[in-house]
Design a protein around this ligand. Structure first.
Ligand code: NAD
Length: 355
């Protein structure tokens, strides 16, 4: 598969990607190579990576605990301390081997350690392959508020190897599917049509869809690296979606949702709002709800949950001067940025999801 050029770095695929990585290491001559993992990628992914790495440089492994609840500054401190104790310097290289938590946190840690060391993203979940590892957003959560602390910073390269997906749970694969559905709805109706009867579990069938998804993400982020305009379409489904994700993370009596499960609810509700405000086709709305509910179990959201969810919207990063901004659609591929939505319509949208 042809490498995809992003902002000054390449996304490389399959075996060829390891050749490129080994070549980069040979040229860059890092003082030490650090590999950031969590317990799951340590067990399932690290053996594959170590087998492919051809280097005489010393390698150190740093493990953090998996989970969004660990994507925070305490974990960063742990990694900065580990780097310091293991003698990292400005010529060290960090390989982020994991899902979006590892690539977001690892990119942030690398970009701030000694004012920035080089890093490479090696995403190991579907979500991190098609979304989190490309585009230069790095960062961590602040309490339950998602991605509040971070910076734009690009990796030296991204390495995609779909073998890593073989140990990912079905639930986590579905989490990644939500971002692919988002690309279909907002950017590529042909991709959307492929997803209507899509069966997720055959990983070799996924290769082309992963490639197309990365192409889309890349086209959007290279056109608008700092999210001044079109990049905002990547937030479709994420305004209500993030608030719902945070709310479930906060509520002790509710099981956490995956990122994709929350975004799936966000896409149904935000398409409903799009139909109400911008005449998004009703048939399309019904179809989106049907396809999403074919792939994701209905999540019980009680009326008594609404108030707290809507309050969390206030912290959305896209807000300007306290105004919540939505990305809405007048049709597939036709978006309108920075839309304001009345609270009564937000409530109707949550009711529609529940109906
Ligand atoms: P994750 O990193 O928490 O991974 C999900 C689970 O899968 C974890 O338990 C992990 O240990 C496990 N895992 C990872 N790879 C595995 C493998 N190959 N085999 C077995 N288990 C494996 O979650 P995620 O869904 O990959 O990423 C979600 C994060 O990505 C969120 O924090 C979100 O904010 C972020 N994100 C960032 C961007 C961006 O542009 N930077 C975009 C989208 C999402």
């Amino acid at each position: 598969m042809t490498p995809i050029l992003s902002n000054n770095y390449y996304v490389n695929f399959q075996e060829d990607a390891y050749t490129k990585l080994n070549h980069f290491i040979l040229e860059y001559k890092p003082s030490t190579i650090f590999i950031l993992v969590d317990e799951n990628t340590n067990e399932n992914c690290l053996p594959i990576l170590l087998q492919e790495l051809e280097t005489s440089q010393s390698i150190e492994i740093i493990e953090i605990e998996s989970g969004e609840e660990n994507k925070n500054l305490d974990t960063c401190s742990g990694v900065w301390n580990a780097l310091t104790e293991l003698g990292a310097d400005r010529k060290s290289l960090l390989l982020n081997l994991g899902g979006g938590v590892i690539t977001d946190l690892g990119g942030f840690v690398a970009s701030t350690f000694k004012r920035g060391i080089a890093f490479v993203n090696i995403p190991t979940t579907l979500l991190s392959m098609v979304d989190a590892s490309v585009g230069g957003k790095t960062g961590v959560d602040l309490g339950v508020l998602k991605n509040q602390i971070g910076l734009f910073s690009n990796p030296e390269m991204v390495l995609i190897d779909t073998r890593y997906l073989e140990t990912v749970t079905e639930r986590e694969l579905r989490s990644g599917l939500a971002e692919i559905i988002k690309y279909g709805i907002t950017y590529d109706a042909k991709l959307w049509n492929e997803l209507i009867d899509f069966k997720l579990l055959n990983i070799s069938d996924l290769k082309n869809i992963i490639y197309r998804s990365i192409e889309i993400k890349n086209e959007v982020v290279t056109e608008d690296p700092k999210e001044a305009g079109i990049r905002k379409i990547l937030n479709f489904g994420h305004t209500l979606g993030h608030a719902i994700e945070s709310y479930f993370l906060l509520s002790e009596d509710k099981e956490n949702l995956t990122h994709g499960e929350a975004i799936a609810i966000g896409m149904i509700t935000e398409t409903y709002i799009s139909e109400a405000l911008l005449n998004f086709p009703t048939e399309g709305l019904k179809n989106i709800k049907k396809v999403i509910l074919n792939n994701y179990d209905k999540v019980p959201i009680e009326k008594s949950d609404y108030k707290a969810i809507l309050e969390l919207l206030v912290h959305d990063k896209k807000n300007v001067a306290g105004q919540v901004n939505f990305v809405l659609l007048s049709d597939f591929e036709k978006y309108k940025l920075d839309c304001k939505v009345e609270e009564s319509l937000l409530i109707k949208a949550l009711d529609y999801y529940n109906s």
